[in-house]
Design a protein around this ligand. Structure first.
Ligand code: MG
Length: 383
């Protein structure tokens, strides 16, 4: 008979979800923010529920009952307790709520680690047969150094260090006693530290990179549509005594464009299209026009910034289509140089970059030669 992944009866779970968690730039505490289509907290609660673990006690911030109820709607065995001012106080409140529940073993987990492989739980439960505590750890891959804040100090020996994850598993009576004995004014990074301070032996089992902690806005990213579309539009005035830059290419002409930075109206429109596709503001927000450091600056850096924002949020350029609207200069002779320059700045193939031009039949400001307008459209593909 195959060994069941489910832990034995008497195994409870605690999920710590009581933090303010606004570092991730979400409008609600991050444990309630949507990640891959569901509230972050729900992912690990589902993983415990799937294995038949009950009860699952979730420590939430005071006043968050309604949003937590919605996030956990329909999951069997879930209960909530109000967390405390610290992580340790929140865990203690959850553990105290289990008194009288016939709990032998408890798995204590952070809501910020949504991917919870059942194999990790199986290794923890197995280790508890011989030890009162067990935690998942991973080796350190990067080399490490101590520092005084500015300069490199003593290189640390990474071979003797481990990265500590959750869930952390304990015999219930032992970890409850350890939390009751913990001095309330001390900060505990996790429950293993509380356990160790009480003399509980904590075994190490192999963790899993999938348990990665969700911390920053980039971890959330924009809603993970496979394709996102953005458009941009910009106009700059033609003036005497200015250089003319279009698509990162200097063009010989009797007049040039005036305005923000080098006034490369095509790059500005394209940056707005990329930021628009990411729902990440606009060029003026990222590079305020009244900031003197951008006066005369090459617009190349704005485009590199936009491409890096897209990459950081998990998107690559699909294609770009620009329409330059002017009577003069003629764009045709420069088209291929423009496409090549944009492709280079974006890290995209030239075949993905289109540069077109049109006049307006001498109508309007562009038709009178007072300025140049550019329309941009871009698609981004999820990596
Ligand atoms: Mg502009």
């Amino acid at each position: 008979m195959p060994q069941s992944l489910a832990p034995p009866a008497g195994t409870a779970a605690v999920i710590v979800a009581a933090g303010a968690g606004l570092r991730a730039g979400q409008p609600v505490p991050k444990q309630f923010a949507l990640w891959r289509g569901k509230p972050l907290l729900r992912h690990s609660a589902e993983s415990f529920a799937r294995l038949g673990i009950t009860p699952i006690v979730v420590a939430i911030p005071a006043g968050a009952e309604a949003i937590a109820d919605e996030a956990l709607n329909g999951l069997p065995g879930v209960r909530m307790v109000t967390g405390g001012a610290t992580r340790q106080a929140s865990v203690r409140a959850a553990l105290e709520s289990l008194v009288g529940d016939q709990v032998e073993t408890v798995l204590i987990h952070d809501a910020a680690r949504p991917n919870l492989p059942s194999g990790v739980i199986a290794r923890l439960i197995e280790a508890l047969a011989a030890n009162p505590g067990a935690i998942p750890v991973l080796p350190v891959i990067d080399s490490l150094t101590e520092t005084d804040g500015a300069l490199m100090g003593i290189p640390a020996q990474r071979e003797s260090l481990r990265r500590v994850q959750t869930p952390q598993a304990f015999r219930y009576a032992a970890i409850l006693a350890a939390h009751r004995a913990w001095p309330g004014d001390l900060t505990a990074g996790d429950d293993a530290q509380v356990a160790q301070a009480a003399g509980i032996a904590v075994a190490l089992v192999e963790g899993d990179e999938a348990l990665h902690k969700i911390t920053t806005q980039a971890d959330f990213g924009p809603a993970r549509a496979p394709v996102r579309i953005g458009t941009g539009y910009d106009v700059h005035r033609l003036a005497d005594g200015e250089e003319l830059w279009l698509c990162g290419v200097r063009i010989e002409h009797d007049r040039g464009l005036a305005g923000h930075s080098d006034a490369d109206v095509a790059i500005h429109a394209l940056v707005d299209a990329i930021l628009g596709a990411l729902a990440d503001g606009d060029i003026g927000q990222h590079f305020p026009p009244n900031d003197p450091q951008w006066r005369g600056a090459s617009s190349d850096r704005f485009l590199i910034h936009a491409a890096e924002r897209a990459a950081a949020l998990g998107y690559a350029i699909g294609n770009v289509d620009l329409t330059i609207i002017c009577e003069a200069p003629k764009i045709g002779p420069h088209r291929d140089a423009m496409r090549a320059r944009l492709a280079q700045l974006l890290g995209a193939p030239i075949a993905a970059i289109s540069v077109k031009a049109t006049t307006t039949e001498r109508l309007g400001f562009a038709g009178r030669g007072e300025g140049i307008a550019v329309q941009a459209a871009v698609t981004l593909f999820a990596n």
